[in-house]
Design a protein around this ligand. Structure first.
Ligand code: MN
Length: 129
């Protein structure tokens, strides 16, 4: 297994910050700027978890989550929605679409890595907090 995390995010600044925080903790970040590329990279890399922006061009996060779930070989890989939607209904909708959990944008740099780590198990025991 890998220590890869896949981020599907079309906003450069959001991606930059998430990548920075995760690489600082020793993760390898794979990025895709749209849903189709994200699905391809998920199948190619079988990441530890997938961080999925909801507002994406063409294929939105709901459609991406639904598509990811169709692939048996991706079973068990957590999908963490990254959403700026504040409404409870939207959270329920993305969980219903197959996300394992969600975190809110704007992300909090102090808690981001801890927040997402609750959704997956790391492969190395020696990583420092
Ligand atoms: Mn977006």
């Amino acid at each position: 297994m890998s220590n890869d995390l896949l981020i599907i995010e079309d906003n450069e600044q959001n991606l930059y910050l998430m990548r920075f925080l995760l690489e600082k903790k020793g993760f390898t970040v794979i990025a895709a700027e749209n849903g189709r590329a994200g699905i391809d990279k998920a199948l190619e890399h079988k990441p530890l978890a997938i961080l999925l922006d909801i507002q994406l061009p063409e294929m939105d996060g709901y459609a991406v989550a639904a598509e990811l779930l169709k692939h048996k070989e991706l079973e068990g890989i957590p999908i963490i929605a990254v959403t700026s939607y504040a409404m409870v209904g939207d959270r329920e909708r993305i969980l219903a679409a197959g996300a394992t959990g969600y975190i809110e944008k704007p992300i909090n740099p102090d808690t981001f890595v801890t927040e997402i780590k609750q959704y997956f198990r790391e492969n190395t025991a020696d990583r420092e907090e």
